[in-house]
Design a protein around this ligand. Structure first.
Ligand code: ZN
Length: 253
């Protein structure tokens, strides 16, 4: 396991003094490998916090280019980045923030055919996509690999987040079994993306640290127009065609 340098001890001082983290926890973060699917509204913030916290390796995958209408929420990208690949824009900012964090950026569409290769040896998937189809690909992949999948979604003033762990929780398709038609544009508000992706980042950090109290089997649903935070208990769908085939019973996290 990689150790912590004196520079890192200073950089992460304020989190190393947290009893649940300490130097051992910081080492765990340094040795962690996290896959971030998308560097748009959610991925902008989660990638930023993951890099800042000293996650040792981040793989970010996105096929899009930065557009003017992204900038109300995708705070990793700036006006001068318009037309650049989002991965390129993201890597510049993340390396500038923390050169100690190793970042691999891949400008590709996530598909069934390439997801396992893209995941490589990443041990956690953070969902920062904006569509059901890609989430279903990530869902199948996390079950095959036996690794956690942190789901987050936003729509206007609403947002939700939960953590799926193979063999321990339902899966994404237990919750969303239907193949819903792609939605036209949904509203996306920066602070809502910030809130949900911050919660996802916390889940990632807690899983790496081996802490209890994650959102396993619980979906946190936030209606920020009235500031109502609700918790919905999740149950596995007995006949779920994705996680009820015995594939999800080999979780090694
Ligand atoms: Zn399922």
């Amino acid at each position: 396991m990689k150790t912590i340098s004196s520079e890192e001890r200073t950089r992460y001082d304020r989190q190393i003094i947290i009893p649940e983290i300490g130097e051992d926890g910081q080492k765990k973060l340094k040795n962690a490998r996290v896959f971030i699917a998308g560097v748009g509204g959610l991925g902008s913030i989660s990638a930023y916090y993951m890099a800042a916290a000293g996650i040792g390796f981040l793989k970010i995958v996105d096929m899009d280019h930065v557009g003017l209408s992204n900038l109300n929420r995708q705070i990793l990208h700036r006006t001068g980045d318009i037309s650049k690949p989002k991965t390129e824009s993201a890597v510049e900012k993340l390396r500038d923030l923390n050169p100690l964090c190793q970042i691999q950026a891949v400008q590709k569409e996530i598909r069934d055919e390439n997801i396992m290769e893209l995941l490589g040896d990443c041990r956690i998937i953070l969902d920062a996509t904006d569509n059901m189809e890609t989430r279903k690909i990530l869902n199948r992949a996390h079950i095959s690999k036996g690794i956690p999948f942190i789901y987050g979604g936003i729509d206007g003033f609403n947002g939700m987040v939960t953590t799926f762990v193979p063999g321990q929780t339902p899966c994404f398709e237990c919750l969303f079994p239907q193949n819903s038609p792609p939605k036209n544009k949904v509203g996306a508000l920066g602070p809502m993306a910030g809130l949900i992706s911050s919660l996802q980042s916390l889940e990632v950090i807690k899983i790496i640290l081996g802490m209890d109290g994650t959102l396993k089997n619980r979906l946190l649903y936030i209606q920020s127009d009235d500031m109502i935070f609700r918790e919905i208990q999740l149950k596995k769908t007995p006949d779920c065609k994705i996680c009820s085939l015995g594939k999800g019973d080999s979780c090694d996290e």
